[in-house]
Write a protein that binds this ligand. Sequence first.
Ligand code: MN3
Length: 203
Amino acid sequence: MPFKLPDLPYEYDALKAYIDARTMKIHHTKHHAGYTNNLNNAIAGTDLEGKTIEQVLKKADESNAALRNNAGGYYNHNLFWKVMSPDGGGEPGGGLKKAIDEAFGSFEGFKEAFSKAAATRFGSGWAWLVVSGTGKVRVCSTANQDNPLMPKAGCTGTPILGIDVWEHAYYLKYQNRRADYIEAFFNLINWKEVMKRYNAAKK
Ligand code: MN3
């Protein structure tokens, strides 16, 4: 079964206070759809056909740029849509709150570290909150469509929150003001979803 472009869990204009509908629609129907099609082309006829996206990412080394870029693009955007919500914002609770306090001192400390990782990623890429098998969290960033589940991404762990800092994610509303987009993103974070991913990843 080829990979399928998922529907967004909300309408294109649902996040418009922070991300405009046109950006959301182009991002989903052009960029994410493109990664999906190109991923299916890259695995067609190979032994990766029928594997889960996580299994594909683990095999997506630097020897195969088409596979690495498109498998990453597919997975990263699947996560991105889900960790945002029109009812987002606020702070996490439970075990994730504890892990964040332990790693960063406070939610504010986390916000600062995550924002800095996103702001200082040169060119295109992503900033992440990742969790290790023992439940410790940390912040990091990756280039292009690289992902912490891939070999040699410069960052390892299970990603539970990610922000897309490619210009296509924010340019229409924010132009060059990436910092304003990052600040706005905190009003969209679906902590319920991120906490679910944290609990599933730590084991
Ligand atoms: Mn994108």
